[in-house]
Ligand binder design. Sequence first.
Ligand SMILES: Nc1ncnc2c1ncn2[C@@H]1O[C@H](COP(=O)(O)OP(=O)(O)OP(=O)(O)O)[C@@H](O)[C@H]1O
Ligand SMILES: [Mg+2]
Length: 332
Amino acid sequence: MNAQKVDIDTAVTVRDLSVNYPTDKGILNAVSLVSLNIYSGEILGIVGESGSGKTTVAQGILGLLENDVISGEIDVIGTNVLKAKGSVMRKLRRNYVATILQDPLGSLNPVRTIRSQLRESAAATGTPRGKRDEAIGEVLLDVGLTDSRVLRSYPHQLSGGMNQRVSIAMALLKNPKILIADEPTSALDVRTQAAIMKLLLDIRARRGTSIMMVTHDLELALGSCDRVGVMYAGRLVEIGAPEHLRNNAKHPYTKALLGASPRFGQSERVTPIPGRFTSVLNHPPGCPFRSRCANAIESCAEEFPPASEDLTAYWCWKPVPGGENSQQGATA
Ligand SMILES: Nc1ncnc2c1ncn2[C@@H]1O[C@H](COP(=O)(O)OP(=O)(O)OP(=O)(O)O)[C@@H](O)[C@H]1O
Ligand SMILES: [Mg+2]
C-alpha cells in the first residue's frame, strides 16, 4: 500500500463490490469483488473492453443497482450507498454526484432549447430563480460556450462536442464533488475528444472535483488520469499511476493492452490481443483471461488467482516478471 495515499481524503470507497445478474443461462457475474478508492480531486480512469463491468461499477457508485444484485460496500462522501434510503441517494445524485454519458443527445431533450433545459437543471439543484441565469452563464463560461446563440439552440442544432459541453455545464450546475464520466469522449472525433478531456482536466484543476473517467481508450486514460484501473471480466486486475502501469504492469492483460496500443506498444508493431472476451457466467473456476493469455499455466484453469496482499487488486498466477514491486499488489 502506498502510505502517502491513505492520508488523502477519499471521495469514494468501493470494497468487494460484486454485481450478479440472473439470466436465462445462469448468473452473469458482471462485477466480482472490485475494491478501489477515488481520492478527492483525482481523476481515476477505468479502462477495459466492452462488457468488462466498467459501467456497472459506475452504476453501483451512483446507487442505481437493485439490492438483490449487488453486494459489498460503497461509501460516497460519507454515505453508505448500499444501505442508504432512496431519498438520501436522490439527494446525493441531485447535489453532489454528477454524471456525463457517452451520448449527450441521450441526456438532452430534443424539443426544448438549451436555455430551458439549463434553467430546469439549475432549479433542480435548488438555485433560487433570480440567480439561475447567472449560474448558467458561469457554467457555460467554464465549458467554453460563450456564444449566446447556444442558449437559444435546440440540441440538434449543435455539434456533438458542443452538446457534450452543454451536458458538462448541466452537471456543473450542481457544483458536484464527484463527476462520473462514462465514455464521455467515445462518440466524438479525435480533436473534439482531446478538447473535452482537456476541459475535464480544467474542471478538476479549478474546482477540485473528483472524476471517474470510464473509457475504452487506454492511451487517453494513461495520458490524462492520475491513476488508471484496468478491468477484465468484471475484475479489477490492476490499478496504479500511468508510469506504474507503463513500466511495471504485472497483469498479463494490462501488458497485452499496452502492447495492443499504437502509442505504448513496446515493439514497433502493435500486437492485438488474441480472441475476445465473452461474459462470465456462474463464477467458473480459474482466470477468465487464461484462454487469451500467453503466460497461462495449469493453475490458471483451476482456481482464480489470489488477491494481492493489500486486497485491493487481483493478481495472477504468473504475473509479468520484472519491476521492483513484483510481490505486491497495486494501490487502490
Ligand atoms: N441489467 C443487466 N442485466 C443483465 N446483464 C447485464 C445488465 N447490465 C449489464 N449486464 C452485463 O454485465 C456485463 C458488464 O456490463 P457493463 O455495461 O458494466 O460493461 P462495460 O465495461 O461498461 O461495457 P461497454 O464498454 O460496452 O460499455 C456485460 O456482460 C453486460 O451484458
Ligand atoms: Mg459501459
